[in-house]
Design a protein around this ligand. Structure first.
Ligand SMILES: [Zn+2]
Length: 116
């Protein structure tokens, strides 16, 4: 099941091998070079994961927007203060989002270009 494999950060080809070397709080973005199960090369070329940055941006918009709205309703702060506070409140989520964006990027790229 594709979604389960994405949620568990598993290889986009065999859905068995792990992508990351350890849990988020210990190894952050430390990835295996190849899938330990099927030997798929994760980083196809230099700068391959720049594409994942677009996912990071897209994934960041809804939670930041939600934080802005919440702070705007719950506080009497000026709007620029609310914006800054929302970004600061969002910062702790950035590592998780960055990692998840890489997994999504791997799956999307392999979906449209499954060679190799
Ligand atoms: Zn694999």
């Amino acid at each position: 099941m594709q979604l389960a494999a994405i949620a568990r950060e598993l290889c986009p080809r065999c859905h068995k091998g792990k992508i990351f070397r350890g849990p988020l709080w210990r190894s952050y973005l430390a990835m295996y070079e190849r899938c330990p199960e099927c030997n798929l090369k994760y980083e196809r070329e230099q700068g391959y994961f720049l594409g994942a940055m677009y996912f990071s941006y897209l994934l960041s918009i809804p939670p930041v927007l939600l934080l802005v709205l919440l702070l705007w309703w719950l506080t009497a702060w000026r709007f620029d203060v609310v914006l800054v506070a929302a970004f600061v409140a969002y910062l702790p989520l950035v590592p998780a989002v960055t990692r998840f964006a890489r997994v999504l990027w791997l799956y999307l790229d392999r979906h449209f270009d499954p060679d190799q």
